[in-house]
Design a protein around this ligand. Structure first.
Ligand code: ADP
Ligand code: MG
Length: 704
């Protein structure tokens, strides 16, 4: 370790202006332990303090404003415990109200009527006019902000705890001002010179100094672009490196030939022609399995695109070569459904398949364990129960994981360790992932896409109705049930208010049973709080057509396949995310009949909620919906990303920085092509930085 990195490793406590108490808060609240960490706490916004606004021009609450004027007419209002203080700031153009809810006495004592003040804050629209709540105020005379060379004021994320220790945004800026001179001259470059020149980047040190205290908007841009690039570049390098190592090191089972299981199934049991996309994906899988390398493939395919069949045929390839296979689903309902589908499709083929879930009884469980060990059991389908210690295969050749976003990285890692030679892994997801996200989340996996639905599918007609249209909707339900169809009615279930939601669901169920009385209408209800045998029982009743209406929470979301159900009604649709709505809609449109999706919502909607519903009405394309979702919510909230931690990006933004991401990936690929072991002198900075990254955080890149 050289001297430069010593300084960056200094505990933040030793920085001027910090000390033990603040250091403690920085650690707990921001995960800032060292000088390096603090340097990496970038501002989230910059405000131009060189510009002054006039009171008359304030027409929006979108941006911060800075005014100069006199402050007068102090007035207190409101009840004693919730008093507020208002005053008027007047400049040559007009005036605007300032308002305080805290520290009233202090303000009253501090502000004098005959002094010009700089007032800085974010306007708010209140009672038909703009005011500025809790502005920053300083006398024009002893102005410290916006002085020459520091016109762009950085804004930092802070927390209540930090604020109580004097580390609000300004306080954080203050300690960073102490940090910069201490580390200047000690910040090592982490990109090769060639790359720096090629990209026209400023040095790392320049970038880090200027991202905190930019001397001009232009240099700020350069600093941010460089830091975004380097953030994405090192993620890509790590992912690609990992993939390369795995490809080299981990052997995979070689499935030499396609044999009688596969052929027999393909020629005699397949109920329909495979789509071109299914054929292509099977070829991709086949070539992985012959290669001698372990397959690590992500299969993306929209709901209803026929992934289950691909899974089954992939498992048959393993069986043909004397291996076992397993298929893991996120819920018991789905595992059960897969089991039923697989046994039905296999028909008279002599393949031994078993189902293992949390509710499998001990005798049956024992039989399964035995069958796995003596090799007589060939395909095991199940839930998380599959990854329990006690489940041991003799020769597991392939693992298929359905709807991967419900499984954490750690769980996948456990499948890995089930054999000396790791099984081939196929992860299937119906949640289309935007390209930028796939590149980052699954940069080390190979990706296959089923981009074609089986023939004859009619797009689901989607409409958005308000609560007042309910009678019309009921009429429609009656008509469809009379035609012999079945109907889903889905209610939201959000963890935090589970009780309330459950009440919504029960109220809904009661009003539906009142509206649709027996005979003629039987109603099922399923929710997550039910015991699984009860859930299963209700699902089966609906599946067999014994009930016409299924009132449910989102437990029904993933993968349930009931072709006769052709109407999907989503209550409080404004409370669902886009990918969830898309998943739910995918439950219908599986049979030959025209299907419908009715999105019910209240009348007043946030802008975002309205856009979500409009998107659903406009398009059926899962990828388009995923892109929109990414735009609306940002990557942090997308399914599958939370547990990964991969998207803790500090500065890059996967929505806005797609171009930079592509460049970063391209450059990372090229670097590894020309110097796979990173041995060349000019790549030393890269290696040093990768090592310091490894020291500072866990290796999250192991997807499988
Ligand atoms: P998903 O990709 O959502 O898991 P499924 O595997 O459940 O989709 O398939 C949806 C439906 O389409 C099933 O009823 C399945 O039998 C049917 N299916 C699958 N492949 C084809 C095909 N090539 N031609 C016609 N129907 C198909
Ligand atoms: Mg499925």
């Amino acid at each position: 370790m050289n001297r430069s990195s010593d300084i960056l490793d200094t505990p933040v406590e030793y920085l001027k202006g910090v000390g033990p108490a603040r250091a403690d808060a920085l650690k707990k609240e921001l995960g800032v332990f060292t000088f390096r960490d603090l340097l990496g706490h970038y501002p989230f916004r910059y405000v131009d303090r060189s510009r002054f606004h006039s009171a008359a021009e304030i027409r929006s609450d979108a941006a911060y404003v800075q005014l100069v004027g006199r402050i007068k007419d102090f007035q207190k209002a409101g009840p004693p415990r919730a008093e507020r203080l208002t005053a008027t700031l007047t400049d040559s153009s007009g005036s605007i109200e300032l308002v305080w809810f805290k520290g009233l006495r202090w303000i009253l004592n501090k502000i004098r009527p005959d002094v010009d003040y700089i007032v800085f804050g974010k306007p708010a629209w209140f009672n038909g006019k703009y005011n500025i709540p809790h502005p920053e105020i300083e006398p024009l005379e002893n102005r410290t902000s916006g002085v020459a060379g520091e016109n762009l004021q950085p804004f930092y994320n802070s927390t209540e705890k930090l604020k109580s220790r004097g580390l609000d945004s300004k306080g954080i800026a203050r300690i960073l001002r102490n940090l910069i001179p201490a580390v200047q001259g000690h910040i090592p470059e982490n990109l090769p010179q060639v790359l720096l020149r090629e990209m026209g980047f400023i040095t790392r040190e320049e970038a880090l100094v200027n991202v905190h205290f930019p001397s001009s908007p232009d240099i700020l841009n350069q600093a941010r672009n460089r830091l975004k690039f380097e953030e994405l570049f090192f993620i890509q390098l790590d992912l690609l490196n990992h993939k390369m190592l795995r490809t080299e090191k981990s052997k995979g089972h070689v499935f030499e030939a396609i044999g009688s299981y596969f052929n027999d199934f393909y020629h005699h049991h397949l109920p329909f022609e495979l789509t071109e996309a299914q054929k292509r994906v099977l070829r991709e899988i086949r070539s992985d399995q012959k290669s001698g390398r372990q397959m690590n493939r992500l299969l993306q395919g929209d709901v209803g695109s026929g992934k289950t069949l691909v899974a089954l045929m992939t498992m048959l390839m393993a069986l043909d070569n004397g291996y076992q296979a397993c298929l893991m689903a996120p819920t018991e309902i789905l595992a059960g459904q897969h089991f039923a589908t697989v046994t039905r499709m296999l028909g008279s083929l002599d393949v031994r398949v078993a189902l293992l879930t949390g509710s499998t009884r001990t005798p049956e469980r024992k039989k399964i364990h035995l069958g796995l060990q003596d090799g007589t059991l060939q395909i095991l389908i199940g839930t998380h129960a599959l990854i329990e210690e006690s489940v041991r295969f003799t020769d597991l050749g392939v693992v298929i994981i359905d709807e991967q976003h419900r499984f954490g990285v750690a769980q996948r890692a456990r499948m890995w360790s089930k054999n000396i030679i790791p099984p081939h892994i196929l992860v299937m997801t119906a949640t289309p992932i935007p390209r930028t996200l796939a590149m980052t989340l699954y940069g080390d996996l190979d990706i296959s896409v089923i981009d074609e639905l089986p023939p004859g599918r009619k797009p689901v007609k989607t409409v958005h109705f308000y609560d007042k249209d309910r009678l019309r909707v009921f009429g429609f339900i009656r008509e469809k049930i009379r035609e012999g169809r079945q109907v889903y009615i889905i209610y939201p279930l959000i963890q935090e208010s589970e009780k309330l939601d459950l009440k919504d669901l029960q109220d809904g169920y009661e009003s539906i049973t009142r509206e649709f009385p027996l005979p003629g209408y039987a109603v099922s209800m399923v929710h997550g709080k039910m015991a699984s045998p009860d859930k299963e029982y209700e699902m089966q009743r609906f599946k067999k057509g014994e009930t016409q209406i299924m009132v449910s929470t989102t437990v029904i979301e993933v993968g349930v396949d009931i072709p006769n159900a052709s109407v999907m009604i989503i209550e409080n649709a404004e409370r669902f995310g886009l990918s969830q709505l898309h998943q739910l809609r995918g439950r219908v449109g599986r049979g030959a009949d025209q299907s419908y999706c009715i999105l019910m919502s209240k009348y007043e909607l946030t802008h975002e909620a309205r856009r979500r519903l409009q998107t659903m009405v406009r398009t059926h394309d899962g990828f388009e919906i995923a892109e929109e979702d990414l735009k609306l919510r940002g990557p942090g909230d997308l399914q599958g990303t939370q547990q990964s931690g991969i998207l803790d990006l500090k500065i890059a933004d996967l929505v806005k920085d797609e171009k930079i991401l592509r460049l970063a990936r391209e450059k990372a690929i090229r670097l590894l092509e020309t110097d796979p072991r990173l041995e060349q002198q000019e790549n030393k900075p890269v290696v040093a930085f990768l090592q310091s990254m490894k020291r500072h955080r866990a290796d999250w890149s192991r997807i499988s």
